[in-house]
Design a protein around this ligand. Sequence first.
Ligand SMILES: C[S@@+](CC[C@H](N)C(=O)[O-])C[C@H]1O[C@@H](n2cnc3c(N)ncnc32)[C@H](O)[C@@H]1O
Length: 136
Amino acid sequence: MSDIYDDPAFFKAYSQMDRSKKGLAGAGEWHELKTILPDFSGKRVLDLGCGYGWHCRYAAEHGAKSVLGIDTSAKMLAEAAAKTTDQRITYRRMDMQAIDQLPDQFDIILSSLAIHYIEDYAQLVKKISDKLPVGG
Ligand SMILES: C[S@@+](CC[C@H](N)C(=O)[O-])C[C@H]1O[C@@H](n2cnc3c(N)ncnc32)[C@H](O)[C@@H]1O
């Protein structure tokens, strides 16, 4: 599994961005994204390409029952893990294209600034759809 986010120079530059230092408040899209997020109360949440885990923690802080954040980058996941002790949040290193191999189902699947890395968008959408309740 290779990932540009594990390249030391790239990771260092990413870590100096506002979104890395300030979290959601430093993410340019957050003021719009937060207006379309659903109610997380009691929900099982999956975050595709979770990075530092800002959205995982937001979901947990807003009542999610469980949150799984997945990412291909070991460095990004290490940052995410260091930022929480919340037992409801789990981080796992895996490619989002392999979510069909997860045994779990989810109520909410979100992704921020990560799906554009996937070549076969239609196949990913099918896999996401299969992980949600019927009609989800
Ligand atoms: C721009 S960062 C966004 C991180 C976070 N979602 C956010 O909004 O702050 C993109 C993330 O997607 C991850 N990523 C890229 N391709 C991926 C894949 N195929 N599966 C899982 N994660 C992936 C990268 O490692 C990186 O952490």
